[in-house]
Design a binder for this molecule. Structure first.
Ligand code: F6R
Length: 617
């Protein structure tokens, strides 16, 4: 995920581009760059690695660059490691290193998305004497536009159209042409981009909040459409180059709400991103109707054991993964805390698969566990969110979750994406080993997860009400069996890490072996109960603690209305194949943790003593 901006008008472009980019930094912050054009002069390109502040410093807050037309980009690296050379903008000529200064290029552009067939397009361009300075897919697209622009000489819209016909993937693309110094061209497919206008000025951005300080009059460009943007006016085109009429929309969004897209906290915004993240992660691995995972089928067929290793929520995702893999395949799974695994002197079977789960890809213990597994010559498979991170680079194979940058310290959307990655592996493994005969049926069921999460999010007011009522409590217990127990581990962590309410997750059947002595009048016990075979048993365990004074809340599935007779408060989740229930039951628990923290007046996004990425032991 990257952020892109553009400006053409009567004011100096660079300060406006930097201001708009500062509101998009949540979309990526490993490097940034801008290109500004002053009339017919060459485009001036400046890039810097790290946060946007570095770029801003380099160009004196924008004052060092002159020009009324420009584009900008904040990067979350996908193709090519974060570096000034790989940072955008990219050009049709040469732009090695940081500030390329004035560039001799006919085409300059920025891009958000992924061009899947960039390698094949690159080979074509190499044959036509194009040379590449970066490792990015974007440079390939910019050079392809340049190629068609020069070959057919029919103008920018034609050149972009011809390029897009050849491109597979997703893009929000912004391009400037030397011959059209006061115009910016954009194209979009499955990546966001909006265009705003005000008197004599036009603004482009990945989302509305980035430009809300300048205009509320916004055009939404549809998928597979192009636009030509001049100072104060926009023209839209379809793939045939025919003009498409379009009216602007007035957006009602206060500039103050901008950075969190209208949400009060990043955590809530990220909770709401989960339907999209689940969909993107699922679709990233499904090609031509089957699951593509970068592990040799022969190895999957013969492996004898799986170790899933991670810390915190990533470990909890692993526990869900263990239940799911063991349900769907004949392979035994062990889930290990990375900090234990790395020092454990245990025999490891040679034909084991070691799965490392990590949002950041930099967690010290998980990285050390990966290295320990590699030292023993075991095959390592990383499920990682941050592209190019250490764990992703060092593992034998990597699956990228498509959660995008996660800013709130407490993970929500990355955890949900990890579950999807583990389900996919389980289905693939079961298919290869013959225990699953109809993988499509399971994948189709997974396709329903996003809309079911949406439905749960609509119920958030009830959870808010419940949290406000119980915000004063000191202890909470989360109980469940099987996959529900695995889900409780994450629910309990969400509660304690941001609301500072002491909370524990227990396998429901284990409570009476000691912990039940902690239950007294009013102790909050939350039972998760979705599994057919275990339903009556968990219900009985809840009734047991209820009869000792506990206040009972339940998270269960639509249709299991018998819960209501036994507990004080019930949240229903939509019905789903119980194998995937953790993807739904975790949502009310995330909301619960969030609303508890809000009701207690705490800093939701930055809980005390915690850091997003734990790079020390
Ligand atoms: C909890 C949380 C942490 C992380 C853990 C591992 O909300 O975010 O428990 O899950 O620190 O981090 P990664 O996934 O980056 O390895």
């Amino acid at each position: 995920m990257c952020g892109i901006v553009g400006y053409v008008g009567t004011r100096q472009a660079a300060p406006i581009l930097l201001s708009a980019l500062s509101r998009l930094e949540y979309r990526g912050y490993d490097s940034a760059g801008i290109a500004v054009r002053d009339g017919a002069e060459l485009a001036e390109v400046v890039k810097a690695t790290g946060k946007l502040a570095n770029l801003s410093m380099k160009v004196d807050g924008g004052k060092a660059l002159k020009g009324f037309c420009g584009i900008g980009h904040t990067r979350w690296a996908t193709h090519g490691e974060p570096s000034t050379t790989n940072a955008h903008p990219h050009v049709s000529g040469n732009c090695l290193g940081s500030g390329c200064g004035p560039v001799e290029s006919d085409v300059v552009g920025v891009h958000n998305g992924i061009i899947e067939n960039y390698q094949e397009l690159k080979e074509k361009l190499l044959k036509h004497d194009y040379r590449f300075y970066s490792n990015t897919d974007t440079e390939v697209v910019i050079k392809l536009i340049d190629y068609y622009y020069k070959k057919y000489k029919l103008g920018p819209i034609d050149a972009i159209n011809r390029t897009l016909v050849r491109v597979r993937g997703t893009y929000a693309l912004e391009v400037m042409f030397k011959d059209y110094p006061d115009e910016i061209y954009v194209a979009r497919k499955d990546a966001p981009i909006i265009i705003g206008t005000s008197a004599g000025e036009s603004f482009i951005a990945s989302d509305v909040p980035a430009i809300i300080n300048y205009t509320q009059s916004v055009y939404y460009i549809d998928n597979l459409e192009l636009a030509r943007i001049c100072a104060g006016s926009v023209h839209f085109y379809d793939l045939n180059g025919d003009e498409v009429p379009k009216e602007p929309t007035k957006v009602e969004l206060s500039p103050q709400a901008a950075e969190k897209e209208g949400f009060e906290h990043f955590m809530m915004k990220e909770i709401h991103e989960q339907p999209r993240v689940v969909k993107d992660t699922l679709h990233s691995a499904i090609k031509d109707g089957s699951i593509h995972i970068d592990i040799d089928d022969e190895f999957l067929k013969k492996l004898s054991r799986i170790y899933i290793v991670g810390c915190g929520s990533a470990y909890h995702a692993g526990v869900v993964g263990q239940y799911v893999i063991e349900r769907l395949t004949d392979v035994p799974v062990r889930v290990e805390l990375a900090s234990e695994f790395r020092y454990r002197k245990m025999p490891l079977a040679k034909d084991s698969l070691v799965i490392l789960v990590s949002q950041s890809g930099e967690t010290a213990d998980t990285l050390a566990a990966l290295r320990a597994a590699k030292e023993k010559s075991l095959f390592t498979y990383a499920i990682v969110n941050v592209v190019g991170s250490s764990i992703a680079r060092e593992a034998d194979s990597v699956f990228y979750t498509m959660a995008g940058p996660e800013i709130a310290v407490a993970t929500t959307k990355a955890y949900s994406a990890q579950l999807i990655a583990l389900y996919l592996l389980a289905i693939k493994l079961g298919t290869v080993r013959g225990s699953i005969t109809d993988p499509k049926e399971l994948v189709d069921e997974m396709e329903t997860i996003p809309e079911k999460i949406e439905a749960i999010l609509k119920e958030r007011d009830r959870i808010q009400w419940f949290a406000a009522k119980f915000a004063h409590i000191k202890d909470a217990f989360f109980i469940g069996r099987g996959i529900d127990y695995a889900s409780c581990l994450e629910g309990s962590l969400k509660m304690k890490e941001i609301s500072y309410v002491h909370s524990e997750a227990y396998a429901a059947g284990e409570l009476k072996h000691g912990t039940i002595s902690l239950i007294e009048d009013g102790t909050l016990v939350i039972g998760v109960n979705t599994q057919d075979e275990l339903f009556e048993k968990t219900l009985s365990n809840l009734v047991e603690v209820g009869s000792r004074g506990a206040y009972l809340a339940a998270i269960t599935e639509n249709g299991r209305y018998s819960m209501e007779d036994s507990v004080n408060f019930t949240v229903y989740t939509p019905r789903i194949n119980e194998i995937f229930s953790a993807s739904l039951t975790v949502i009310p628990m995330q909301l619960l943790g969030y609303y508890f923290a809000v009701a207690r007046g705490l800093d939701v996004d930055k809980p005390r003593n915690l850091a997003k990425s734990v790079t020390v032991e």
